[in-house]
Design a protein around this ligand. Structure first.
Ligand code: ATP
Ligand code: MG
Length: 363
């Protein structure tokens, strides 16, 4: 873990206690917080050691290439769009990159993959029941989508995770920082403060200092922000980041491509955006949470009333590893249903929206 996060590590408001003893929250992950000291990626600056000059590296960084691995995640066509990169230079970059990542660029054994997967974190949602449905919480190296009607608690889940992502691993946290792209103006630092203080007894200022927020007003800005975040995530002095939230993923795409005949371009752009998010999640061991809206399904049987479906169609279904539906329940209760997960069966539970964020109903 970098010196920066150590300095800013969240401390208790009152008399300092050992983090492990500080609350009775679930210990979903019990490994040491420092366990993943080794970076999961190679910074783009390393290319200098294998003959690429600093100005070319600067141009790559300006275009959002922050790691050597990212040279291999894009097509040649995309690499040629970087300022000053000719075909010959692109080839040189790829050769240089191979020298650094070597065997990491191809096949690995499934057992190596299993070891890699053990570096995953599960960040608690604030509800033990909900965590159980998710196999431990919101998973890093993975993209989770949450959709539902208005006031179902999607943004409240984001606010809660902004705090829990910072808890020590022994308390089901991610021991890291949070990045948030707010496309609806619904992020409320006051709510995060309230959750930090009332529920987890943390210093709200320190918690807020570990969250970076950007307000996006167009889909291009949203996409650019995510690209630029790659550069930030790759900077060990600024992190580690463990959670990236986009609230919401589809709203600006729907606004910017609302005309007739624009659907396919919208889906294409959305796909590029989601693929970038998947790569960030995997490369930087980050949990990506995307909030999605729902719309009436014109294909549904009208006999049974209007049926809602998440926006974004197959593009979202393919990119997101886990999907959650949130529905209204009685009073402050909400029903959370895991409808698609690579490892967990479909199941639902009831949670409660409280001043301390998402919690179990009987708390
Ligand atoms: P939208 O689609 O409109 O963005 P959403 O699913 O994001 O909706 P949220 O903003 O997460 O909805 O949830 C709103 C609900 O959270 C409201 O029912 C509100 O009563 C509840 N809520 C907000 N603050 C608190 C609090 N401090 N204590 C308890 N409940 C709260
Ligand atoms: Mg919301």
């Amino acid at each position: 873990m970098s010196a920066a996060i150590k300095k800013e590590k969240v401390s208790r408001k009152a008399a300092p206690k050992e983090p492990e003893q500080a609350t009775a929250e679930p210990a979903v992950v019990s490994d040491d917080d420092e366990a993943d000291d080794a970076l999961s990626y190679d910074r783009i600056e390393l290319l200098q050691d294998v003959g690429i000059n600093a100005s070319d590296i600067a141009k790559l960084k300006e275009d959002g290439f922050a790691t050597v691995g990212q040279l291999f995640q894009v097509s040649m066509k995309r690499l040629l769009q970087v300022k000053g990169v000719s075909e010959a230079k692109a080839e040189k970059l790829i050769q240089a990159g191979r020298k650094i990542i070597g065997e990491k660029s191809g096949f690995i054994t499934a057992s190596s993959l299993l070891i890699k997967n053990k570096q995953k974190y599960f960040i608690t949602t604030g509800s033990k029941q909900f965590d159980m449905l998710l196999g431990g919480g919101i998973e890093t190296m993975s993209v989770t989508e949450v959709h539902g009607e208005f006031r179902t608690g999607k943004t409240q889940l984001c606010h809660t995770l902004c705090v829990t992502a910072q808890l020590p691993r022994s308390q089901g946290g991610g021991a890291g920082k949070v990045a948030m792209v707010d496309t609806e103006g619904s992020f409320r630092p006051q709510r995060v403060s309230e959750i930090a203080k009332t529920r987890y007894d943390l210093d709200p200022k320190e918690v807020l200092d570990n969250i970076i927020v950007a307000r996006a007003h167009s889909h291009d800005a949203q996409m650019d922000m995510v690209t630029q975040l790659g550069v930030l995530f790759a900077d060990p002095e600024r992190g580690p980041f463990r959670l990236l939230i986009i609230d919401s993923i589809t709203a600006l795409f729907r606004t910017d491509f609302s005309g007739r005949g624009e659907l396919s371009e919208r889906q294409q752009r959305l796909n590029v955006h989601l693929q970038r998010l998947v790569k960030h999640a995997e490369e930087f061991n980050i949990a990506v949470l995307v909030v999605n809206q729902v719309m009436a399904d014109p294909g549904a049987n009208a006999m049974f009333g209007p049926v809602l479906k998440p926006v974004g169609g197959h593009v979202i279904s393919h990119a997101c590893h886990t999907r959650i539906l949130m529905k209204k329940g009685r009073g402050d209760n909400r029903i959370c249903k895991v409808i698609d997960s690579p490892c967990m069966p479909e199941a639902e539970c009831t949670i409660q929206l409280t001043a301390g964020g998402i919690s179990d109903v009987d708390e």
